[in-house]
Design a protein around this ligand. Structure first.
Ligand SMILES: NC(=O)c1ccc[n+]([C@@H]2O[C@H](COP(=O)([O-])OP(=O)(O)OC[C@H]3O[C@@H](n4cnc5c(N)ncnc54)[C@H](O)[C@@H]3O)[C@@H](O)[C@H]2O)c1
Length: 419
């Protein structure tokens, strides 16, 4: 018997597998991608948060395994679902991956199984989408099998707060379900926080991400006002952050990125409509944040006008950093993609440098060396560590800095335009 199966070996699934395996549990990762499964079984990690040395040790010494075969779920005690929950083209929840996987699980469901959905989703998903598919087998929740929701709160690339030490919120369909899921996580994860229903757990995760989206939108709007007022928004945010209570610092930037913040809030918007309710904070934040790449394009245009007496059309622009956040190569929903598209549409010749992203196949671009020649402008979109941004200022390049990466040196230079 295997203690824990994790369906979906991605940014969430692989670190989760590590946490259980390090706590001495036997772990099986199930993924439909055969190449990923082979890599995992060789101990080669494609998830930056889990280094290959760690994975190899867990494979060799703790028996961590991966498979494409759902049949192996029959011999597992607990089945955790960590599959993508994207939006459709119409920006509505697309649960097809989770629904398909739950049907596969249902075919192998047996008495004694615990199933936990970890994917981010709207309140009601576990009860309305997962439960009926599992109970269609004739097995009864809370008696024959247990079902709960427990959101994953991992922040890829982060080292201080990890899957192990971020408290795990758990809400089961019945009290017995909550207790069974809480028992599974207690130990491998440092702290478990129980709530009274899967809906409360589902909405908890959305509240966290909506909180970020709304607050980022607030500083993004303020950054645009600051440009007109001639005030440095970074200085204001840093100063406000000296208040020890009642303020939390969020930074402006070129737009939202990643699998979560740009997407998850709209899961709630969609669900709220079913109840005739309009989530206006979410919509407004989405509007402000989605406009940021357009605003950033206009800043690049201004910098070229004033710094080079050139138009965007025909200019050579180096985009520095394209991943959606520093230190990792994750490109999902990265605002750099939108900005590059906008710059190219305006006739600019775009190159990019990113130590974590060797190529951008959608644009047929590969990462170039970090040099200020022959570029008319360097746009700092993602402030990866290990790059000497101040040296770029000293080089005399025209720089548009969306991350305050050039700091004080950038503020004092008349060739640096800051968000
Ligand atoms: N990435 C994050 O930072 C993060 C943080 C918290 C929560 N979440 C949520 O966790 C969930 C998973 O996200 P992720 O980032 O780990 O996704 P991911 O894209 O990194 O990984 C998903 C994995 O599932 C596999 N897969 C797809 N369909 C499958 C199927 N039918 N059967 C088996 N495997 C299948 C893919 O091959 C991939 O390996 C999402 O709901 C996401 O919103 C993500």
């Amino acid at each position: 018997m295997t203690d824990v199966a994790i369906v979906g070996a991605g940014y969430v699934g692989v670190p989760l597998a590590q946490v259980f395996a390090e706590a001495g549990r036997s772990v099986l990762l199930v993924d439909r991608d055969a190449a990923r499964v082979d890599q995992l079984n060789r101990g080669e990690s494609y998830i930056e948060d889990v280094p290959s040395e760690t994975l190899k040790r867990l494979v060799d010494e703790r028996g961590l395994r991966a498979t494409t075969d759902y049949d192996e779920l029959r011999d597992c005690d607990a089945i955790l679902i960590a599959l993508p929950t994207p939006l459709s083209k119409q920006r509505e929840p697309d649960l097809s991956i989770v629904q398909g996987a739950v049907e596969e699980i249902a075919r192998r469901l047996r008495p004694g199984h615990l199933v936990v959905l970890e994917s981010t989703t709207y309140p009601g998903t576990t009860r309305e989408e997962v439960l009926p598919r599992l109970e269609a087998t004739g097995l009864k929740v809370g008696e024959d099998f247990h079902l709960a929701f427990s959101p994953e709160r991992v922040d890829p690339g982060r080292e201080d707060w990890t899957t192990k030490n971020v408290p795990k919120v758990v809400g089961g369909i019945t009290d017995a379900c909550t207790e069974r899921a809480a028992a599974l996580y207690s130990g491998p994860v440092d702290t478990v926080h129980r709530v009274t229903s899967p809906e409360a757990a589902e909405l908890t995760k959305l509240l966290e991400n909506i909180f970020r989206s709304v607050n980022i939108a607030l500083v993004n709007e303020l950054a645009q006002l600051c440009d007109r007022l001639g005030i440095d928004v970074w200085e204001v945010v840093d100063a406000a952050a000296t208040k020890p209570f009642g303020f939390m610092s969020f930074k402006p930037g070129p737009g939202l990125g990643g699998h979560c913040i740009p997407i998850d809030p709209f899961y709630l918007t969609w669900k709220a409509r079913e109840y005739g309710f309009y989530t206006e904070f979410i919509e407004l934040a989405g509007k402000v944040n989605e406009n940021m790449p357009y605003y950033c394009r206009s800043l690049i245009s201004q910098a070229l006008n004033h710094g080079r007496e050139k138009s965007l059309k025909g200019s050579q622009v180096l985009v520095l950093g394209v991943a959606y956040k520093p230190g990792i190569g994750d490109m999902r929903e990265s605002p750099a993609l939108k900005l590059i598209e906008l710059l190219q549409n305006a006739g600019a010749h775009v190159s990019y440098h990113d130590p974590h992203v060797p190529e951008l196949p959608d644009f047929a671009l590969t990462s170039v060396a970090l040099e200020t020649e022959p570029y008319d402008c360097v746009a700092i979109v993602t402030d990866h560590p290990g790059i000497d941004y101040e040296a770029l200022v000293d080089d005399g390049a025209v720089i548009v800095d969306f991350r305050n990466a050039t700091g004080e040196r950038g503020r004092l230079s008349d060739r640096v335009w800051k968000l």
